[in-house]
Design a binder for this molecule. Structure first.
Ligand SMILES: [Mn+2]
Length: 226
């Protein structure tokens, strides 16, 4: 049975002094039969702890690049804008959520946050740093809801179960990607060029996807629902 009416805490982006989040994320959660709750920006751990007490799951949303300093690298010229405030907020939020044993889902930047949090690294820019040939267009020029490349999922993965298939065509709105996979995480999805599109933690209820399910019409469920 699919569990619905869970309270899903969403991390927010920041736009100067505003909490700032695309409507597609909150709509997505509502379309899955759950209740979204946008966690306001603060770096006060106790405050985040009491806010997350209201939640059944954390969803780390998309946004700008993670500061490469968080994985021990100098910033590459092709790295996009970063926000020290947002990084600090999401790091504490994730820390608190894991401490409370909440399931965590990461979308796009959210996947990258998860990988860096657990000790992995990122390509700061696929076009500039990806070693293999045949790199697909991961920063699509089509609209956000257009599906442009395939992803193969490990058939026995949680992500495949959630998506209801082990092969799907997704949208692609990223220029960075997972480089060194964090200890404890498994690659469960890749595109034809070998770019990592989905990760799951081996022991924790943590999954991340590089595409944007909130912009698509399926799947209309959230992971960890059964
Ligand atoms: Mn992609």
């Amino acid at each position: 049975m699919t569990k619905t009416n869970r309270i899903i805490a969403l991390s927010t982006d920041l736009d100067r002094s505003y909490n700032h989040l695309r409507v597609s994320y909150t709509d997505y959660v509502m379309r899955t039969g759950n209740t979204p709750f946008v966690v306001p920006f603060t770096t006060n751990r106790q405050q985040l702890q009491s806010l997350l007490q209201q939640a059944d799951m954390l969803l780390l949303t998309g946004g700008d690049d993670v500061d490469p300093a968080l994985y021990g690298e100098e910033r590459h010229a092709a790295c996009g804008p970063v926000s020290a405030e947002r990084d600090a907020y999401e790091w504490i939020l994730l820390d608190v959520a894991l401490g409370m044993h909440l399931p965590v889902m990461g979308i796009c930047r959210g996947l990258q946050v998860l990988n860096v949090y657990f000790g992995g690294t990122l390509y700061q820019d696929l076009a500039a740093q990806y070693e293999r040939s045949g790199l697909l267009q991961h920063r699509q020029t089509e609209g956000r809801s257009v599906r442009t490349h395939q992803v193969c999922l490990k058939p026995d993965s949680l992500t495949a179960r959630w998506c209801g298939t082990d092969r799907l065509t997704v949208n692609s709105l990223h220029h960075q990607a997972v480089r060194r996979v964090a200890e404890g995480m498994d690659v469960v999805g890749t595109s034809a060029d070998g770019v990592i599109e989905a990760l799951e933690h081996r022991t924790l209820q943590v999954i991340g996807v590089q595409w944007h399910p909130e912009e698509l019409d399926a799947p209309l469920t959230l992971p960890f629902a059964d």
